[in-house]
Ligand binder design. Structure first.
Ligand SMILES: Nc1ncnc2c1ncn2[C@@H]1O[C@H](COP(=O)(O)OP(=O)(O)OP(=O)(O)O)[C@@H](O)[C@H]1O
Ligand SMILES: [Mg+2]
Length: 511
């Protein structure tokens, strides 16, 4: 039974909201048209970016047509149709050549010079996007079809073109974003840098990284400031099976309490004043990859509870949402605090600590790594050479000895900054060798140390506490001399400002 026009139109309308393999939408539209309109040949054309009409679906015509392009100027019938905004009918006596002459599927040799022919231009929001053409061998075949029927088909064809064009543009943009993401992930992977060192401690560290990287275990990296915890986190991710996915960085110390929950877990539009749109949190962004919770020891207790829930359930709830989202995230956390001590003093939840501490990795301080200072010095100077485009730059053996004797409370970062400053001075002096002078080995430091030796204890004491007390006194003294300005105190104590500030905060110094 012949379907009614309404049934056919309904089917086309339904197709508009259905995903079909590419090209199928057009072909189904033409097939539907043929079911209700009496024609031997029909074609749907879409303009390409060069201004050619490209057939995207045909019926009753040789498939060869699909490989051809039609320039309207060379095809007067197509040109005439394009010139009208309503359906255009050609008289059967029209002398204008037909673009499909010789392409009839059933009878390629026959000419369609005496026939009924009509067409309609296709518009998407005032833009001419294509043409629909119908040919019938029987004269008068189209007399019964009113313009509104053809216009309805044309409108649905235009909507189909619009849909497909939009989907294709979205696919292209998605592909582009995927490529950019891939590039950024690769870049981030190389940015992590190389874990340099020859000491037994560094070798053990590398073994540990290798052992746990492939698993999905949570890793808690501990170690003093500047020891390379972030580098270890990058290395863990790079060696994991998730290395082609992002590692999302969260600095727990820099999360303002008011927006922390939304930063981590996202929010829905209207969840709070200023939440103008839906937003994914860091956990969602890290889905199928890794989340690196740096400075985890600084996370407020309230957020610790929320984080624990996410880790336990493997689900996040955006602020203001009523549904949970499943996430698959590998957790790496780092801290320079003694988390066990923090737990015993009630500042860190013990249940969260145990969840994070599945595989602990401790990064030893630089002063405990025999032989690393020399190789790190070489590595850092290589970076300086590259940066300043110079060929030779060394440290004098006495300078190296000096470097090896230092305590490096700021660890590799402090060594890095010290060497960079010294390198700058030597470059300024046009010297290829870094001397103690460039290192700023000043009488003040030595004087400071010797005055401490005047005050040696008679009774046993905890060395770390005594050193920290002295460090605190020095920082307070430095600040006093510098009018409470940290950057000046850092200059005075010949330390990196960031490291000094961190150390001061840790030791409870109040400016
Ligand atoms: N083994 C290493 N080889 C090469 N560079 C290193 C090494 N360890 C640390 N560094 C460099 O030292 C600097 C500090 O490292 P990183 O930021 O990883 O330290 P951290 O332990 O995270 O410090 P903080 O606790 O202060 O955040 C970085 O520039 C890093 O590249
Ligand atoms: Mg760090």
């Amino acid at each position: 039974m012949q379907p009614s026009i309404n049934q056919v139109l309904l089917q086309i309308a339904l197709d508009l909201s259905t995903s079909l393999p590419s090209g199928h939408h057009y072909q189904r539209l033409i097939a539907a048209l043929n079911r209700v309109l009496p024609c031997e040949a029909s074609a749907l054309f879409v303009f390409d970016e060069m201004g050619f009409l490209q057939p995207v679906a045909v019926s009753g015509l040789s498939e060869e047509v699909l490989g051809k392009k039609f320039l309207p100027d060379n095809h007067p019938r197509l040109k005439a149709i394009l010139g009208c905004t309503t359906p255009l009918r050609f008289p059967s006596t029209s002398e204008l050549p037909d673009p499909f002459d010789g392409f009839l599927k059933d009878d390629p040799n026959s000419s369609i010079d005496v026939h009924d022919c009509m067409g309609c231009s296709l518009y998407v929001e005032d833009n001419l996007v294509g043409v629909l053409t119908l040919d019938a061998m029987k004269v008068g075949a189209f007399d019964q079809i009113d313009d509104i029927t053809v216009e309805t088909f044309a409108a649905l064809a235009a909507a189909t073109i619009r849909n497909i064009t939009m989907v294709e543009a979205l696919k292209r943009s998605n592909k582009k974003h995927q490529n950019i993401n891939k590039l950024l992930i690769e870049e981030a992977r190389t940015k992590g840098g190389q874990l340099v060192g020859v000491s037994l401690e560094i070798q053990r560290l590398r073994d540990n990284i290798k052992m746990v990287a492939h698993s999905n275990y949570a890793v808690l990296i501990s170690g003093e400031t500047g020891t390379g915890k972030e580098l270890v986190a990058h290395e863990l991710h790079a060696q994991s099976q998730r290395s082609d996915k992002p590692m999302v960085y969260v600095n727990c110390a820099a999360l303002p309490e008011s927006i922390a929950e939304s930063e981590l877990f996202g929010h829905v539009k209207g969840a709070f004043t200023g939440a103008n749109s839906h937003r994914a949190g860091k956990f969602e962004l890290a889905d199928s990859g890794t989340i690196f919770l740096d400075e985890i020891g600084e996370l407020p207790l309230l957020l610790q509870a929320k984080l624990l829930r996410v880790i336990q359930q493997g689900e996040v709830q955006r602020v203001g949402a009523d549904k949970n989202l499943f996430i698959d995230v590998r957790i790496i956390a780092a801290t320079n605090r003694d988390l066990e001590l923090e737990v015993s003093e009630g500042r860190f939840r013990s249940d969260l600590f145990h969840r994070l501490n599945v595989f602990p990795i401790h990064v030893p301080p630089l002063r405990e790594r025999k032989g690393d200072i020399a190789v790190l010095t070489g590595h850092i100077l290589d970076k300086v050479k590259l940066q300043f485009n110079i060929n030779t730059l060394h440290v004098h053996p006495r300078s190296l000895q000096y470097l090896e004797e230092q305590k490096w409370v700021g660890n590799v970062r402090e060594l890095e900054h010290t060497l960079m400053r010294a390198a700058l001075r030597s470059i300024q002096d046009q010297q290829a060798v870094i001397t103690e002078e460039h290192l700023g080995v000043s009488g003040m430091v030595i004087k400071g140390v010797s005055s401490a030796t005047d005050d040696m204890p008679d009774q046993p004491i905890v060395m770390r506490e005594a050193v920290e007390r002295y460090q605190k006194q020095l920082i307070e003294h430095g600040l006093k001399k510098s009018g409470g300005i940290w950057s000046k105190a850092a200059d005075f104590l010949k330390m990196d400002r960031g490291n000094l500030y961190k150390m001061g905060k840790k030791l409870g110094v109040k400016p």
